[in-house]
Write a protein of this length. Structure first.
Length: 248
């Protein structure tokens, strides 16, 4: 028992010694890091209100910027500095304040016109909400570009103080791709629903996840919503259809 206690005591002492050695090595470069970070901030016009401090290779950023995108850019710039092991971004977005309803309306319009003309436009659905300048994005996209594009639009919009990313990128699936294509044909080739294919900004959104189909968007009447649901349910291979279309 005594030998076992001595073993664990020696092991603990060794771990403490290694930890202290690692911190000493990391902290040795703090002065150089602080100088390099200060230069990065000085050279960036949009980061003139940002301050920094360094401890054990970790850079803490404080102060203010005008846009949320500037806050993101600050982290990217500092991560490139030699010997930086991490970045804590406590920067405040202090640009203009826009009422939530006004900001949400503006962003909704920008997102509606984003990526119009791309083949996957009807198969992505991104929703948003705004509370005290914090924008929450949710929904599903077929792959990364639609999600990245939506986040970029929000980050560059004045009035946005922070962003919550709840957008899911759907898994790659030939099975789902087949259902997407056949559901789109069933809906848009219908004589009543064909008009929604003409408006690329407000299509009927067809989201397919592991064989489950969800319809999003706005339609002109309850009858259009019902027909869209019927057409989606007629597609062979779809496990279920959730009709979340909203009647205008």
């Amino acid at each position: 028992m005594m030998m076992k206690k001595q073993f664990w005591a020696s092991t603990l002492a060794l771990l403490v010694l290694l930890s202290m050695s690692a911190m000493a090595v990391t902290g040795r470069y703090d002065g150089q890091i602080e100088q390099a970070v200060g230069q990065k901030i000085h050279d960036a016009k949009r980061l003139q209100g940002v301050n920094s401090s360094v401890g054990d290779g970790i850079v803490t950023l404080t102060g203010t910027v005008g846009l949320y995108q500037d806050k993101l850019d600050a982290t990217k710039k500092i991560k490139k500095v030699k010997d930086v092991t991490g970045v804590r971004n406590d920067i405040t977005v202090a640009g203009e304040t826009v009422p939530d309803a006004q900001l949400e309306k503006k962003l909704a319009k920008q997102l509606a016109y984003d990526r119009v003309g791309y083949y996957d436009n009807a198969f992505n659905y991104v929703a948003l909400s705004v509370k005290d300048g914090v924008v929450t994005l949710s929904g599903d996209t077929v792959w990364d570009p639609p999600k990245d594009s939506a986040l970029a639009i929000v980050a560059r919009t004045p009035g946005v103080k922070d962003v919550v990313d709840d957008v899911k990128v759907l898994p790659v699936s030939n099975f789902d791709d087949s259902i997407r294509a056949r559901t789109a044909r069933a809906i848009y080739r219908d004589s009543v629903l064909g008009k929604y294919a003409i408006d690329p900004v407000h299509p009927i959104r067809i989201v397919v996840d592991n064989g489950h189909v969800t319809l999003y968007g706005t339609v002109d009447s309850a009858m259009d919503k019902t027909i869209a649901g019927m057409r989606a349910n007629s597609v062979t291979g779809a496990f279920s259809v959730d009709n979340k279309l909203v009647v205008n």
